[in-house]
Design a protein around this ligand. Structure first.
Ligand code: 8DG
Ligand code: MN
Ligand code: MN
Length: 333
């Protein structure tokens, strides 16, 4: 009497680095929901549930078909009870807004404290914002708007031009989501390649200086290198690395962007603020840094987990090590 059981969605690896990575997401209705929940968990400091939701979304993204029945989830790894429940509820087409509303809790909190405008939030002495948050708030509208590929390409021209002036032999490569082929991102990530060891030193301060003199720098947070291969791998295997890097907010002139857009922005400023990340590893660590900065974060995380559990190696943004001896592999790289 019952309909035949649905076919398994083939075998899906629990490691993101062993799954197909595709921009062709057949389960966007579920993954959007899971990602909103993940972000909400992250904002409220719940790392564990955040990771669980991200994992579940990543698994669904890798499928080459849409989930047709909750039964199919039985064959999928990394779906916790919570994620499964959410997917089932979505099947029952309960209102999406029920869940979305929980993501708004942080802003609701401010709202309930009577803070209605940006100015009020910025001037409230009980809300302490760090410099990054302040800069983020000042350009909130711009920064919360996705960066398009055309804008990323225009930013690349800007960065390449700056790098050329600071060190003509250095090369710039887009990393992060744009290197993975995404059409939109929350920032633009670049890795800078210098051909000789040591040339990475001082490069970022000089770049920041150049941007500042061009009057396009809105915010800069420079992190000098703490890289010491002798002290690695560190006991806690974090995703953060020890290279020279900086987090910037840069003005991008609208006229520099080759993109179709409505021309009715009368009176609006002729630039938008864009978040830019730059990293400048020493040349002999370039390959590992490029791999790490290409992401995705979950792909990297699982690549490390895979290396450790399935290959007996330790991988980070600096090197690949033998798990037992902690000796560096491929030292000729
Ligand atoms: P998006 O900007 O399009 O939203 O996504 P994304 O490009 O994948 O994420 P991202 O937050 O810009 O990070 C890009 C990659 O860089 C991600 O895999 C994490 C990686 N990354 C490192 N080390 C560091 C670090 O020290 N700081 C930051 N911010 N990212 C790092 O490997
Ligand atoms: Mn990015
Ligand atoms: Mn980034």
């Amino acid at each position: 009497s019952s309909s035949p059981a649905p076919k398994p969605v083939s075998t899906v690896s629990p490691f993101a680095c062993q799954r197909r990575t595709t921009l062709d997401n057949h389960n966007k209705n579920f993954t959007d929901l899971l990602e909103v929940l993940a972000e909400n968990m992250e904002l409220s400091g719940n790392q564990g549930p955040c990771l669980a939701f991200r994992r579940a979304a990543s698994v669904l993204k890798s499928l080459n078909t849409a989930l047709r029945h909750p039964e199919e989830m039985k064959h999928l790894p990394c779906l916790g009870e919570h994620s499964k429940a959410i997917i089932e509820v979505e099947y029952l087409s309960l209102s999406l807004s029920l869940y979305l509303s929980s993501a708004l809790r942080t802003s609701e909190n401010w709202f309930s404290r009577g803070l209605r405008t940006l100015e009020q939030i910025l001037s409230d002495p009980t809300i302490r914002l760090n410099r990054m948050q302040t800069a983020g708030f000042l350009f909130y509208d711009d920064i919360s708007r996705p960066v398009s590929r055309a804008e990323a390409e225009a930013m690349k021209v800007l960065v390449e031009d700056a790098v050329k002036r600071v060190n003509p032999s250095a090369r710039v490569c887009i990393t992060g989501g744009f290197r993975r082929g995404k059409d939109f991102g929350h920032d633009v990530d670049f890795i800078i390649r210098t051909p000789e060891p040591g040339q990475e030193d001082g490069l970022l301060p000089a770049l920041i200086d150049w941007f500042r003199r061009q009057n396009v720098l809105l915010y800069a947070d420079l992190q000098e290198s703490t890289f010491d291969l002798g002290k690695l791998p560190s006991r806690r295997f974090e995703s953060m690395d020890h290279f020279h890097k900086c987090f910037l907010i840069v003005k991008l002139k609208r006229d520099d962007v080759c993109e179709e857009r409505e021309r009715d922005e009368d009176g609006r400023r002729d630039w938008r603020a864009i978040r830019v990340d730059l990293v400048a590893p020493p040349i002999e660590r370039y390959a590992y840094a490029l791999l790490g900065w290409t992401g995705s974060t979950l792909f990297d995380r699982d690549l490390r987990r895979f290396a450790r559990l399935e290959r007996g190696k330790l991988l980070d943004n600096h090197a690949l090590y033998d798990k037992a001896t902690k000796a560096k592999e491929n030292s000729s790289m």
